[in-house]
Design a binder for this molecule. Sequence first.
Ligand SMILES: Cc1cc2nc3c(=O)[nH]c(=O)nc-3n(C[C@H](O)[C@H](O)[C@H](O)COP(=O)(O)O)c2cc1C
Length: 250
Amino acid sequence: MNETIKKQLSHRSIRLFSDNAVSEDVVNTLLEVANRTASSSGFQQFSIIRVTDAEIKRRISLICKQDYVNKLPEFFIFIADCYRNARIIKEQGCGDRSTYDMDRFFQAFTDACLAAQNVTTAIESLGLGAVYFGSILNDPQELINILALPEFTFPVLGVGFGHPAQDPQLKPRMDVSLKVFENQYKVFDSYLENIADYDKEMQTYYDLRDNGKHSDTFSQQIVKKFLAVNEKRSRLLNIAKKQGFNLKIE
Ligand SMILES: Cc1cc2nc3c(=O)[nH]c(=O)nc-3n(C[C@H](O)[C@H](O)[C@H](O)COP(=O)(O)O)c2cc1C
């Protein structure tokens, strides 16, 4: 097995970092990795905002409801970005709002996700640690205001990273057989029966994020978390529409 795959198979999120700064050289290399990521149609519809300002981090930590955002040595926010190309089109005297439909939106969203994962793989390959922040979307409008995002952009994912100051256990995963199918989707008779062993494993997993408590089973977690609807997050497309994207829902 090569070193890249070894690293990928030992992935775990890191949420506690030492005070050791990440060097500018490393940051620049990671930005080049992001820039080299495949992009849908080659349109390069993503941007990164590197958050260095403590007050901006504080405001974002309130959106995320995660205090450790304030202590992140580095914090990149990946943006689905159709604004740049909109300007390139406009500056040539063209401009049609229908260009910013859901196809563009999902292309840009996918570009941003792929760039984020490419950067994360590079971070981990350097012996650094990283954690994603989907919680930036707890209040997308507030985040858009804080980051001064223009029309035709949408925040996707944050990545915090630095030198690890913790060594968490690997978080158990459901068996591959439940997620990988040949040719056609496979529906199982009983999902609970199939994840019984995984449920047990999850229960003994020691989750540092929850102050080092043992976890609920996966099936318990899913019930708790899915029933707690976040109203703002369930209306993300309304914000995408406000950002100028044409949802074309008819
Ligand atoms: C899209 C996405 C959003 C995430 N958002 C957060 C987040 O807001 N806060 C956090 O602490 N972890 C976040 N995570 C990390 C997950 O909780 C973590 O990957 C998952 O529990 C599996 O644990 P592991 O990464 O240690 O294997 C996110 C991960 C992904 C892929």
